[in-house]
Ligand binder design. Structure first.
Ligand code: GRG
Length: 621
């Protein structure tokens, strides 16, 4: 995307249409950690999880998490008792945590560790009997959270040097100062000077409270500002650090600073005469939005050069999202772990391009990321990793497979097939949208699956990609899903067990088998391994559908999330009607034993795979 060539730097100096990319820009470690906390909580506990306030100040981030099942509220009083609740990265007052405790909420605190450091300092100053002078913006959530760590009368907020001088405190008051982590570095310096002048014995933090990300992003903008006609900052107007970057650019000599939420916003406000553009992004601005803005500039004839900047190695430990009160089996943990990443890969592949039909994209997202178990995805990732392949490649193949699975469910639910109203506890796609939209969303998801697989990001070797595509085509065609579904819809009058097996193996088994095959292709397996895994996959596919038929006969609709008993009501032929409930259950046990046997040569390496097979046999949804 970006060239670092001298030629482009010269273009910039020569006043050609060029963009200087500030470095570092975009997500910081605290933002990544907070977003991951919501995703992890969704994966571990399922939707919905509640988030108090914007997890980070960016509407695009919030909208994506909403699509994954997060519910954003203003106040903890809006959250049902016992619900999983995430507190935002900006930090929360103790009163908020007390209210959450009273509401028996199960709280995950995604506070940025660097904000937590400021909280701890403020409490310490207060315990030492010092009045805290807090440098920050009085209405910013971080400041509201920090104020809320100590009694209100023991802390004052100052936003300017004038505020410092106007503080109604005797000059001999024991004072300590603290600073908002996203404040302007330059302004904070003058305010700290003013505080020290007024309260010469004041205490302060050992290292700056302004976080490394704010400091680095502001410094990077200072470096480019004077060379640019306009500095564009990608970020949300509600983001403090984004607004500071605009101010920093102007203070550092750029005639114009523009805060843009995305490409559309840039298009409507871009100064036509600007030739030399500086570009940076707030710590809460996602990469895809930065990329979207770059794409607009590229389309409008701008070349790019990347300015060298401070390398950021900051990493925080993930927010623990395991909460008391919920037992999880190993298979559930494997599935939860994969769900988040696969959802992300699918959402990324569907994209967010305004030029496309938003309704179609909405329907695709609805169908493909609305809470499936991700069993097939888990198989692909588990097999790939077991065979030494790369997780990121496996996730792309897994996303493709889940797109096909979603398509098959959307079409299966249509009035011309099963005519279902409910799927995964929500209206089926044609009920939520309309039949034509559901049909087209299914078609587009199927096409997208092949698109993902054929993309070089899935595998560097064209031969592997071709094989992934070919085998998927065969798994969904006449010998796969479509063929199996036809046998299901138009069975023989007297169905033989061979016919039953062919139907189950086609309509369900073929995609499960493919999920394993994709893992084999992406990993490194010899022929003997392949044979064992393919036999495992064949049995697992049948086992999965047998259990589905058993659930249709004896399952709980509230758990399964769709209408049950329909096969019996319509006199449809399935494993239970052909083999009887007991016969089907025995066959499922035989298949599970056969799966275990096929995995024996892999020993402990296949533990996760075996766990997934056990899950298939005992699942209740
Ligand atoms: C793909 C070209 C092409 C055609 C599709 C409609 C159709 C033809 C086939 C129907 C296949 C189908 C829906 C089989 C049932 C498979 C099954 C057991 C679905 C439930 O799978 P889960 O339990 O679902 O993994 P979740 O909701 O967890 O993802």
């Amino acid at each position: 995307m970006v060239s670092k060539s001298l030629y482009l730097d010269q273009r910039h100096a020569a006043g050609c249409k060029s963009v200087l990319l500030a470095n570092p820009r975009g997500f910081c470690a605290g933002v990544r950690r907070a977003i991951a906390a919501v995703e992890d909580a969704l994966a571990a506990h399922g939707a919905p999880v509640y988030v108090r306030r914007a997890i980070v100040h960016n509407r695009r981030v919030v909208a994506r998490l909403e699509r994954l099942g997060a519910v954003f509220v203003q106040d903890v009083s809006e959250i049902p008792q016992g619900a999983v609740t995430i507190l935002s990265a900006h930090g929360s007052a103790t009163a908020v945590k007390d209210a959450a405790r009273r509401g028996k909420l199960r709280v995950v605190d995604a506070i940025c560790p660097l904000v937590a450091k400021v909280h701890a300092e403020v409490v310490q100053w207060h315990l030492q009997g010092r009045h805290v002078v807090l440098v920050g913006h009085v209405d910013h959530p971080e400041i509201i959270g920090t104020i809320g760590q100590v009694p209100r009368a023991s802390i004052s907020v100052v936003g300017t040097v004038t505020d410092v001088n106007a503080l109604l405190l005797p000059d001999d008051t024991p004072v300590a100062y603290a600073v908002q982590t996203t404040f302007s570095v330059g302004e904070a310096d003058s305010m700290i000077k003013a505080i020290k002048t007024r309260f010469p014995h004041c205490a302060g933090p050992r290292t700056s409270d302004i976080c490394y990300a704010t400091t680095n992003r502001q410094a990077a903008v200072v470096e480019i500002a004077a060379q640019c006609d306009v500095v564009v900052i990608v970020g949300d107007p509600m983001s403090s650090n984004a607004r500071r970057l605009v101010e920093t650019a102007i203070a550092a000599g750029c005639p114009q600073g523009l805060l843009v939420e995305g490409a559309d916003d840039l298009a409507s406000r871009f100064p036509a005469a600007a030739m030399r553009v500086g570009l940076s992004a707030a710590a809460s601005a996602p990469d895809e939005v930065i990329e979207e803005v770059c794409a607009w500039l590229r389309e409008h004839g701008f070349g790019f050069s990347e300015v060298a900047g401070t390398e950021e190695g900051m990493r925080f430990r993930p927010v623990p999202v395991t909460l008391p009160g919920r037992e999880r089996s190993d298979a559930a943990a494997i599935l939860a772990d994969i769900r988040r990443d696969v959802d992300e890969a699918i959402l990324e592949a569907i994209g967010d391009m305004p030029a496309r039909s938003l309704r179609l994209a909405d329907a695709m997202r609805y169908a493909a990321t609305s809470g499936g178990k991700r069993f097939r995805a888990a198989l692909t990732v588990t097999v790939t990793q077991m065979l030494g392949g790369t997780r990121s490649m496996a996730l792309r193949a897994a996303a493709a497979i889940e797109c096909v699975h979603a398509q098959s469910l959307v079409h299966d639910d249509l009035p011309c097939m099963d005519n279902d109203d409910l799927r995964r506890g929500r209206p089926t796609a044609h009920r939520q949208f309309d039949e034509a939209t559901a049909l087209l969303a299914g078609d587009a998801l199927l096409a997208l699956a092949f698109d993902i697989l054929a993309d070089p990001r899935t595998h560097h070797h064209a031969g592997v990609r071709a094989e992934l595509v070919l085998r998927l085509a065969r798994s969904v065609g006449q010998d796969g899903l479509a063929g199996g579904q036809m046998m299901d819809l138009y069975p023989s009058e007297i169905i033989s067990s061979a016919e039953l097996i062919a139907c189950l193996a086609g309509k369900t088994g073929s995609l499960i088998r493919y999920a394993v095959e994709a893992g084999i292709l992406l990993g490194h397996a010899d022929d003997q391994c392949n044979a064992g895994l393919l036999s495992f996959a064949q049995d697992l596919g049948l086992l999965f559908q047998l259990q589905d038929d058993l659930l249709d006969a004896v399952g709980d609709e509230r758990v399964v999330g769709k209408a049950l008993g329909k096969d019996a009501a319509k006199n449809r032929k399935n494993a239970v009607s052909v083999l009887g409930a007991e016969g089907a259950a025995q066959e499922a046990q035989r298949l599970l034993a056969s799966c275990a046997k096929a995995l024996e040569p892999f020993g402990d390496r296949a533990a996760c795979l075996l766990e997934l097979a056990r899950f298939a046999a005992r699942r209740t949804l």
